[in-house]
Ligand binder design. Structure first.
Ligand code: FAD
Length: 590
């Protein structure tokens, strides 16, 4: 099995040439970030994640987290130690607010580091990921006192965070939740109910767990309007902030799952547990929405990160495994399977999609940085709008592709891919959940057509397509032939967008998922074109040696993506614009 090597040169290339991180240096909050030093930071982080975290991936899968009879949870060997080292190194805190002990780096650089963490061990990465989501919610909505009490230790990683939304009857429909919150005389709340599927809900890697719990006060209206959000810690705090009594909540069981075995997925029972209201009663959903964009992007990133690890392993195997002859090999001598065109197609499909996903996810993060840190209101508003449009694309497209590409990773291994000891199957199993949690991909597609496409009557998506078309039309020289297929993709998106806007309701809902796929592929195609143009320019400036080979490969992946992968998605147009009739006439029989 191969070790994970962080693809630092690829990451830095996207940061410098596709999302233009040098623009961030002009923002007061990021004046300290020198773009020329980013590659060095990524190198250092890459060493940490490949040496300290990646070796825990296999044992995390085979051993898994276990619940003990007293309700405590023991994580797999090596995980507590890797977590302690992560806290000590501070990589998890790099893009948090310096006011609470964070590094103050842009979200987009934090995301690149998160990609490494996730490739190294997805199950493990969920612990810092959930903590990050909880910190974002607290920073935006908690009182100053609450922030000072809880956030610094979560930023440092000494305490971890969870998000408790799901109940057996309340999954995609969060508004159906019934967990109760009754106000106590001292202003705290008594929280009672059961939550299921709570990621890292109980564990042994940190001294406290800060659960953020959605619950309903007795007089709350039904549905999402009546939801409030509470801080419900595993341990209450003493007056001096030190760890106090155990709160009345427990992990009653852990789920047995298809993948991410290192991540304890807990059924949590709250029995009159002490909770602290965040913001006002019945504003819980608004609070959740602020952290949802970053959490959804982080989950989208999982598709990219696990596909990257699967790809690295597949490439190595394809060089080692010999099978069958090749015309350019001596008769009777088997060739490494990497020489066979069909195997190369699988590997290049993985590589091209991975690069395209990286462009899309990093652009999404850069848009969030613009939205929160740009000095002028116009750039902030444009960043916010772009982030909102891109988020469902990052989440759903990248996690669907994570599933497809890790499946290709198994295929490259042939029968050995199906055998657990190679580790190829673990990536395939681990990533399966990413299309389901944090809003299923079906819900993402509904969000795209129901909330994002109608923004400014379609102009938010229209502007993004204008940008993509401009990137296509700017291609010159050897790349000029890519303009046509990419513009055809843009035209297909415009036509589909127009049709959906005029056919809202079930007709549009029926085409939501294929529309998301088409739009994401075309927008990512524009980013591949932008990267290819930058590679072409650097080659023309005389890049040589390994760098020239790296840049030539960027031209290969961009050409493959735009000439072969984009046109295939244009074939989705009939699925997008056929309406609901055929689906309505289908009668699945029980
Ligand atoms: C390993 C794991 C970790 C998790 N971690 C957490 C966590 O930390 N915190 C937490 O709160 N939850 C967590 N979840 C829960 C997760 O977010 C939910 O499973 C998810 O939101 C889907 O809900 P559901 O399972 O009830 O599926 P359902 O809502 O029952 O969906 C079933 C299917 O129906 C579709 N569907 C549902 N409603 C609609 C609709 N209106 N229109 C179209 N299609 C629809 C869905 O897309 C899906 O395909 C986790 C789940 C798992 C398995």
């Amino acid at each position: 099995m191969s070790d994970y090597q962080a693809p630092v040169e690829d990451m830095d290339f996207v940061l410098q040439h596709v999302v233009d991180i040098d623009e961030l240096q002009g923002y007061d909050d990021f004046a300290h970030v020198d773009p020329t030093e980013v590659a060095g930071i990524l190198e250092e982080a890459g060493r940490f994640f490949s040496e300290v975290v990646a070796p825990t991936n296999r044992i995390g899968d085979t051993q898994g987290s276990r619940r003990n009879a007293d309700g405590s949870v023991t994580t797999p060997d090596g995980i507590p130690d890797a977590y302690a080292k992560l806290v000590e190194a501070g990589w998890g805190a790099i893009s948090f607010d310096p006011e609470y002990g964070g590094g103050g780096f842009p979200t987009v650089i934090g995301l690149a580091i998160q990609e490494m963490l996730t490739s190294a061990n997805m199950g493990f990465s969920l612990c810092p990921l959930l903590t990050q989501g909880a910190v974002h919610l607290l920073e935006s909505h908690a009182s100053e006192d609450q922030k000072n009490t809880w956030v610094p230790k979560m930023v440092s990683g000494e305490w971890t965070g969870t998000m408790n939304l799901t109940e057996p009857q309340a999954g995609s429909d969060v508004g159906a939740l019934t967990t109760k919150a009754v106000r106590n005389d001292d202003g705290t709340y008594a929280i009672t109910g059961q939550k299921i599927f709570i990621t890292w809900g109980e564990h042994d890697v940190a001294e406290n767990i800060v659960h953020l719990v959605l619950a309903r006060t007795p007089d709350a209206p039904p549905g999402t309007k009546g939801i409030s959000v509470f801080i419900v810690p595993k341990f209450l705090l003493n007056a001096d902030g030190s760890i106090g009594e155990r709160n009345s909540l427990e992990c009653v069981s852990l789920e047995h799952k298809l993948g991410i075995h290192a991540s304890p997925t807990a059924v949590m029972s709250f029995d009159g547990a002490t909770g602290y209201l965040i913001g006002e009663e019945q504003t819980g959903m608004r609070s959740m929405f602020t952290m949802m964009n970053s959490a959804r992007l982080s989950v989208g990133l999982e598709g990219l990160a696990v596909a990257e690890r699967s790809y690295q392993q597949a490439v190595q195997y394809a060089h080692e495994r010999t099978q069958g002859g090749r015309p350019d090999y001596p008769k009777g001598e088997p060739a490494p399977i990497v020489e066979h065109p069909d195997v190369r197609r699988m590997l290049l499909t993985m590589k091209a999609y991975i690069e395209a996903m990286r462009g899309l996810c990093y652009l999404n993060a850069k848009a969030m940085d613009d939205a929160h840190h740009a000095p002028d209101a116009e750039t902030r508003a444009a960043g916010q709008e772009l982030a909102e449009v891109l988020t469902p694309l990052s989440k759903a497209w990248c996690t669907d592709l994570g599933n497809e590409l890790t499946s290709l990773g198994v295929q490259v291994h042939g029968g050995m891919g199906f055998i657990e000891e190679t580790g190829a199957a673990q990536h395939y199993r681990d990533i399966r959940i990413a299309a389901i949690y944090e809003g299923t991909n079906g819900i993402q597609a509904i969000d795209l057509i129901g909330r994002k496409l109608p923004m400014r009557d379609g102009a938010a998506v229209g502007d993004l397509l204008d940008d993509t078309q401009a990137l296509a039309e700017a291609l010159t020289g050897d790349l000029a032939s890519l303009t046509k297929p990419l513009v055809e993709g843009v035209t297909a998106c415009r036509e589909s967008s127009g049709w959906l806007l005029t056919n809202m309701g079930d007709a549009a809902l029926a085409g939501a998922t294929p529309y998301l796929r088409l739009l994401a592929t075309v927008v990512a195609g524009g980013l591949m074109a932008k990267g290819a143009a930058a590679a072409q320019a650097e080659l023309a400036d005389g890049a040589d040696g390994d760098r020239a080979e790296f840049l030539q490969q960027k031209l290969v992946t961009a050409r493959f993506f735009i000439e072969q992968l984009v046109p295939a998605q244009i074939g989705l147009m009939p699925s997008i614009m056929s309406g609901n009739d055929i689906l309505a006439n289908y009668h699945p029989v029980v």
